[in-house]
Design a protein around this ligand. Structure first.
Ligand code: NAD
Length: 242
């Protein structure tokens, strides 16, 4: 099956792409940055998998349409879509510029909408498919200086549940993961003080690794997860227990 992973040039997306390739899927590796996508695709191909790199901005309708035309022609319509592309931004509520608010929602929410809209028709036609959205535990509990980011991630969880209600009976399973702090460039950029305090407060006592989120995604798209519909799994070191 062809799996398309967005934002797969780094961090969690890269680990998901590598894992799905190891699980036997052909992988369309998307990123905003072509070189990053190419690096991930090269790692997959070097390990004996099958991958191609595609640069596109998931928040841009024309960019998504052009990428999807190429993916369909070169790899076949994706049976698995992982909406992972994203970025972090912190500011106190009154300091969030409208442009920063719009960009967070554009990449995370509109990007998830546009990519899913592009991939869903072929899945429905086939009567089979998987969508996994990468949310965040911040979409469940909120965070100081993160109203825009948390709001966008909460929107992704709502979108996941609504779409799952619409399409599950037609063979398409839609789920989300809401990671806690994961050791990626996004988190490595945060202050040492924040990381020390955060780590100390985690029941597991450590941040997650990208591969550990990839394992949850691999499970969600496997037959073992047949009963998981509209769920949000929490690979979060015990930070949030629902
Ligand atoms: P990362 O910065 O390592 O990787 C994100 C990738 O997405 C980058 O390669 C970037 O170029 C790409 N990207 C950004 N905007 C894009 C766009 N418009 N179109 C296509 N690609 C785009 O970050 P990460 O930590 O691996 O985060 C991946 C996802 O996981 C994000 O959605 C993030 O919000 C979420 N997340 C991360 C953590 C964490 O602790 N790292 C926790 C919870 C959720």
């Amino acid at each position: 099956m062809t799996a398309l992973v967005t934002g797969a040039g780094s961090g969690i997306g890269e680990a998901i792409a590598l894992r799905l390739a190891r699980d036997g899927h052909r992988v369309a590796v998307n990123d905003l940055h072509l070189e990053a996508a190419q690096n991930t695709a090269a790692r997959i191909n070097a390990a004996g998998g099958q991958a191609r790199a595609y640069a596109a901005d998931v928040s841009d309708e024309a960019s998504v349409a052009a990428m999807m035309d190429r993916v369909r022609a070169e790899m076949g319509a994706p049976g698995i879509l992982v909406n992972n592309a994203g970025f972090g931004h912190q500011a106190l509520f009154l300091d969030i510029a409208p442009a920063d608010f719009d960009r967070i929602f554009a990449v995370h929410v509109r990007g998830t909408f546009l990519m899913t809209r592009a991939c869903l028709p072929a899945m429905l036609e086939r009567g089979a498919g998987h969508v996994v959205n990468v949310a965040s535990q911040l979409g469940q509990i909120g965070g100081v200086e993160l109203a825009h980011y948390s709001g966008a991630k909460a929107a992704i969880i709502g979108l996941t549940k609504s779409l799952a209600r619409e399409v599950s009976a037609r063979g398409v399973r839609v789920n989300a993961v809401a990671p806690g702090p994961i050791n990626t460039p996004l988190v490595r950029a945060l202050s040492e003080e924040w990381k020390r305090e955060k780590r100390a407060g985690l029941p597991l006592g450590r941040f997650g690794e990208p591969e550990e989120v990839a394992g949850a995604v691999s499970f969600l798209v496997s037959p073992d997860a047949a009963l998981f519909v509209g769920q949000t799994l929490g690979p979060n070191s015990g930070d949030v227990m629902l």
